[in-house]
Structures are given as structure tokens and as C-alpha cells.
Design a protein around this ligand. Structure first.
Ligand SMILES: Cc1cc2nc3c(=O)[nH]c(=O)nc-3n(C[C@H](O)[C@H](O)[C@H](O)COP(=O)(O)O)c2cc1C
Length: 179
């Protein structure tokens, strides 16, 4: 088995939804931001916008973005809302997804835990989308779109990496698709 720093991080990575109250240090936040803006984007268009949130009141409000799947944001010391000016690129979703995953892996490498909260295409309730709600909270212009929020902090739960035996290697095909 190859011993690689990145693969070893991937081997232990899990989504973390419970965090200690320890704030994320300013230099670590700067490192996460650097990681985000270094990510590749289609045609180098860089359509993303990153809103870095540490205000506890705002974090609690972000935690109410959806009925299910966003409550963990209430307990995070740091969240990064990943949005985009969709007029800059027809593949802004791919660009934002790459940035989100790079932020998550950079967090892992810095000893932090993180989890993705899906906002795009998700309802908040019968009247309002999660996206409209989040846009209002962070004053995002109407022209922009929100993909997701990454909650980040020091883990207060222990999650073990996925065992190799359970990985879906059967979904990997060589040369041609074979069932
Ligand atoms: C596109 C995407 C959307 C996700 N949305 C949410 C979400 O809204 N809320 C949440 O708690 N977890 C969310 N997750 C985390 C997944 O539930 C998690 O990655 C999955 O269950 C596998 O667990 P693991 O990350 O520990 O391997 C999302 C992950 C991805 C990649």
C-alpha cells in the first residue's frame, strides 16, 4: 500500500458534526482561505465567492437553513458559505464543489473536522428555499447562487475512517463498463 500524505488523510477522513467550543485560530482560517482560492476552476473563471462566518448569532441562524441536515452548523466555530456568480461560468457547480472539497481536506490536514451542508436545491420550508434564506442572512446579491456551507472546527466526536473492505471498488471499471 502506497504511503502518501494525501491518501493517509483520505483514509481517516470522515464528516464531523460535533465540535468543541475552541475557536479556529486566525492563521488556520487564513490557510483554509488560501486553499480555497488556489483551487482550479473551468477556464480559470473563478466564479466562487467565499463568505467566512465566525459570528455565533449568524452561525446559529445558518443552522436553521433546513429542517434536516444543517443543525450541526449551530455548534460550529467557523463556517464557510460557498456561493458563486453563476454568470461567470456555466460550470460553477463543479468549481464550487472542488473548492468545498479542498477546504475540507485542508481542514483535515490542519487537525480540524468538517461537514458539508447542502443548500442548493434544498427547501427550507414550504415557502422558502434554503438558498433564499442563506442569501438573506449573508447579504448575497440576488445575482449570486449558493451551493453549500462547510462547517469547520475541532472535533468533539471520534469517527474512524471507512474500512477498505466496505469501499465500493465494484463501481470501478477497467477499459469498459462491466457489471
Ligand atoms: C454533496 C454533499 C452534500 C451533503 N449534504 C449534507 C448535509 O446537508 N448535511 C449533512 O449533515 N451532511 C451532508 N453531507 C455529508 C454526507 O452525509 C457524508 O459525506 C456521507 O454520509 C458520508 O460520510 P463520511 O463523509 O463520514 O464519509 C453531504 C456531503 C456531500 C458530498
Amino acid at each position: 500500500m502506497i504511503d502518501s500524505t494525501l491518501l493517509n488523510l483520505l483514509r481517516k477522513r470522515r464528516s464531523i458534526r460535533q465540535f468543541t467550543s475552541q475557536p479556529v485560530e486566525a492563521d488556520k482560517i487564513d490557510a483554509l482561505i488560501e486553499a480555497a482560492v488556489r483551487t482550479p476552476s473551468s477556464r480559470g473563471r473563478r466564479p466562487w465567492e467565499f463568505v467566512v462566518v465566525t459570528d455565533p448569532v449568524l452561525l446559529r441562524q445558518l443552522g436553521k437553513a433546513k429542517e434536516n441536515g444543517s443543525a450541526f452548523l449551530t455548534g460550529v466555530p467557523l463556517a464557510i458559505v460557498i456561493a458563486a456568480d453563476s454568470s461567470k461560468s456555466d460550470v460553477w457547480i463543479e468549481d464550487c464543489s472542488i473548492a468545498a472539497m479542498v477546504i475540507q481536506m485542508a481542514a483535515e490536514e490542519l487537525g480540524l473536522g468538517s461537514c458539508w451542508a447542502q443548500i442548493r436545491l434544498r427547501p427550507r420550508n414550504a415557502e422558502c428555499s434554503a438558498e433564499q434564506y442563506v442569501k438573506g442572512l449573508i447579504d448575497l446579491p440576488e445575482s449570486h447562487v449558493v451551493e453549500c456551507i462547510i462547517g469547520i472546527g475541532y472535533p468533539a466526536e471520534k469517527m474512524t475512517g471507512h474500512a477498505s473492505e466496505g469501499l465500493p471498488f465494484g463501481q470501478v471499471h477497467r477499459d469498459k463498463f462491466r457489471n
